[in-house]
Design a protein around this ligand. Structure first.
Ligand code: ADP
Ligand code: ADP
Length: 226
């Protein structure tokens, strides 16, 4: 089964910037996949399109077989997104943020509360559940974003530069958490501009540059070439 199937994806922003020019990308169910590339390569645009936050100009995207054009709601329910920017309401408590998120997906409140305890707990945030988000450190906010993305138990988790600005200690514990989630069957795709991060975590990798995939291989094969 393919978790993600992208064919001939193009994106030209209104400004005229060509962000993606013909991306083809397949990610297998269960994979831990890195989308690596320099700033401005098109990683966030790709993720934005997969998450239906950015309109594509041309091409086809399927998430677990659901076409974004014709089966948008089904596709969205398969997918959890951890964007780069903190986009939660800073004045809400952690518990409100994750429980409301589950509500958007129709998860019953009792189930949402159980999941909140599970995911906030696993990410070391359960004690902070009644704190307002703005009181958290940057690293805690990042973990909150991950907990929030898991509340509807998506089969595909996409993280945009998940450890940007996170210190090395916390970075390691986040990696450990993501590995565990992946072992439990969640397919993971992350973007990064650190080869090291991709190397630590990912089985397969695509390198994107100037809106094109210039390499798509296993991590092992890539490392043996360097
Ligand atoms: P990356 O995530 O790899 O850094 P992006 O997808 O953010 O790359 O950007 C790809 C290209 O698209 C860059 O040239 C960037 O300046 C441009 N771009 C990104 N977002 C927008 C936008 N909202 N409007 C216009 N151009 C954009
Ligand atoms: P829409 O409801 O059209 O998807 P919003 O701007 O309301 O757009 O929200 C965009 C995303 O931001 C949501 O899908 C959710 O991930 C996040 N979000 C916004 N507001 C909240 C909130 N109060 N609590 C948790 N997440 C939120």
């Amino acid at each position: 089964t393919l978790a993600l199937d992208i064919k001939d994806l193009h994106k030209i922003y209104r400004s005229g910037t060509v962000a993606l020019s013909g991306i083809d990308l397949q990610v297998q169910q269960g994979d831990f996949f890195a989308l690596l590339g320099p700033n401005g390569a098109g990683k966030s645009t790709t993720i934005g399109i997969i998450s239906a936050l950015v309109n594509k100009s041309r091409g086809q995207v399927k998430v677990f077989g659901f076409d974004l054009d014709t089966e948008l709601e089904a596709a969205k329910s398969q997918l959890g997104l951890v964007p780069q920017e903190f986009n939660f309401n800073q004045f809400e408590t952690l518990l409100q943020i994750v429980v409301n998120q589950a509500g958007y997906y129709g998860v019953p409140r009792a189930v949402a509360l159980q999941r909140a305890e599970k995911y906030l707990g696993q990410l070391g945030l359960w004690e902070k559940r009644h704190a307002r988000a703005r009181e958290l450190s940057g690293g805690m906010k990042r973990r909150l974003m991950i907990a929030r993305a898991l509340m509807h138990e998506p089969r595909l988790l996409i993280l945009d530069e998940p450890t940007a600005g996170v210190d090395i200690e916390l970075r390691r514990s986040m990696w450990e958490f993501l590995r565990t989630i992946n072992q439990q069957g969640v397919t993971i795709i992350l973007t990064t501009h650190y080869l090291e991060e991709a190397e630590m975590l990912c089985r397969n990798i695509a390198i994107i540059d100037k809106g094109q995939i210039i390499e798509n291989t296993s991590m092992k094969a890539l490392l043996s070439k360097l």
